[in-house]
Design a protein around this ligand. Structure first.
Ligand code: PDD
Length: 279
């Protein structure tokens, strides 16, 4: 695989990042994951807008303009022959002697990108749905910033799989915040789509926004508010959204079937129209 590191396209074995990089030592870094479908980047400008927001909230320097970043995304996808998959981009505060104090603002940030070729459109989970297990949400208080502090989500997913599920839904004060790397949604018996409102508690998903737009266009009633785990277990349908999942049905929560335990019509329709719109 060819990766991008600070201006150079290199075979992954030749790529180098400093031991003193603050992304490595302090998780002092933000990232974006953008989808490639049919060779096309999906929602690139929205990802760049969120990147800018993450950078500015952490006072991280901007590594390159949006047009330069777009050119790097395209070049890397082409060099790796990615027709369907993901492009991961990370910006760190760069290398500096280890100190909790931020280094001087002129410390150059590190910019790293790599690709992952994978089937996104046709995956078994779209037909079978996924099972989730609930876990307490023990992440920090600024989940709206897309940082690389992913240890707890990684622990939660691993524990969910150990319990026989596919992923975790994180719960705080009795309400669902989101999945480990996706936004969580439910559909009630009367056909209303309920999704958590935007705040510092969740990541403002690009796929979430796109799916809500499409759902509203297709006449679905939408309520942006918190929902409890019990409400989710009693829902007719449930699903997740993310750049890699698109829209995936959730068919059980803590071992209890959601609806009749199979992907429902609203979720199947939303997945279909999302993919249709994306390609
Ligand atoms: N994760 N919530 C969290 C905590 C996430 O990490 C993600 C994305 C989402 C969905 O956001 P979007 O629709 O913009 O992908 C929600 C990416 C895919 C990842 O970490 O791999």
């Amino acid at each position: 695989r060819i990766v991008y590191v600070n201006g150079a396209y290199l075979p992954e074995a030749e790529a180098r990042i400093s031991v003193f990089d603050r992304g490595f030592l302090f998780a002092d870094a933000v990232y974006e994951v953008t989808t490639v479908l049919g060779g096309k980047l999906i929602d690139f400008r929205a990802h760049m807008a969120r990147l800018d927001r993450s950078l500015s909230e952490l006072k991280l320097p901007t590594p390159a303009s949006h047009d330069e970043l777009l050119a790097i995304h395209r070049e890397l996808a082409a060099r790796n022959g990615v027709d369907e998959g993901l492009i991961y981009m990370q910006v760190t505060r760069g290398a500096a002697d280890r100190d909790f104090l931020f280094p001087p603002q002129d410390t150059p940030p590190s910019l790293v990108l790599f690709t992952q070729t994978m089937a996104l459109r046709d995956k078994p989970a779209a037909r079978t749905g996924i099972r989730v297990a609930s876990m307490p949400d023990l992440r920090w208080g600024r989940r709206d910033i897309k940082t690389v502090q992913l240890l707890y989500p990684s622990m939660a997913k691993t524990e969910a799989v150990r319990r026989g599920a596919d992923d975790a839904w994180l719960v705080e004060d009795g309400v669902v915040t989101e999945g480990t790397s996706n936004n969580a949604h439910i559909v009630t018996a009367d056909g209303t789509l309920i999704t958590r409102d935007l705040s510092h508690s969740i990541l403002h998903g690009i796929t979430r926004a796109a799916v809500l737009r499409l759902a509203a266009d297709s006449g679905l009633k939408i309520e942006e508010r918190s929902f409890t785990l019990d409400e989710a277990k009693a829902a007719k349908e449930a699903f997740i959204t993310s750049a890699s999942a698109f829209v995936l049905p959730v068919v059980s929560i803590d071992g209890a079937a959601v609806g009749d335990g199979a992907p429902g019509p609203v979720v199947r329709k939303l997945r279909e129209i999302y993919i249709e719109e994306a390609v």
